[in-house]
Design a protein around this ligand. Sequence first.
Ligand code: AMP
Length: 223
Amino acid sequence: MVYEERMRIILFGPPGVGKGTQANLLAEKFHIPQISTGDILREAVHKRTPLGLKAKSYMDQGALVPDQVIIEIIRETLASEKCADGFILDGFPRTVGQAEALDAILRDLHIKLDVVIDLAADENEIVRRLSNRLTCRQCGAVYNLATNTLPQDNKCPKCGGELYQRDDDKPEVVRNRLRVYHETTAPVRTYYAQQGILRSVDGMGTIADVQQRILNSLPGNRG
Ligand code: AMP
């Protein structure tokens, strides 16, 4: 069915809950792009583009990059050919203002969201996951030092890129990111609950368990 093939999904939840990991799996399964605003910004910072120079100081502190900057990125990305057959948003929207702007962008493009998956996990587990997390500089894949066996040379098993600990995964920045999540991002959940497209999914347990729960909660039950 055309409706089911063109999945338009938001993965929502606090930092470290597993949005990136799960978005990556869904993207592969449904052959749709994973649009991670965090990955886009990190690449811009790495390449020292004007966007990267603007975003860096916010990211270093675990603060949000201003809405206007992020919304323009999303507007361009969603209008591009690669998103024509669906997409998964990972890390956007993070404010009610961004959610409202996204609705306006989708209206202009004559498309609708299918579902917003709200992933939740225990906060101690989140801090543990973030402090054990390594990220690939090249492809953005994430690994957990506690659960993944990684090669000695610190190279990404998927693409051979360099694995590193994100500066904002250090404990003092993590605390600020969680505070920002509770104060500014969590209200977005209510926004989508009111639209009737929010599905709550337990993000605790293995990657495979969480993936299955997400598949079960997709419209048309894709599990
Ligand atoms: P993430 O990889 O999703 O944890 O994002 C890393 C950082 O990028 C965040 O702590 C913010 O500084 C910035 N960022 C990513 N997405 C957004 C967004 N939608 N709005 C504002 N800032 C963002």
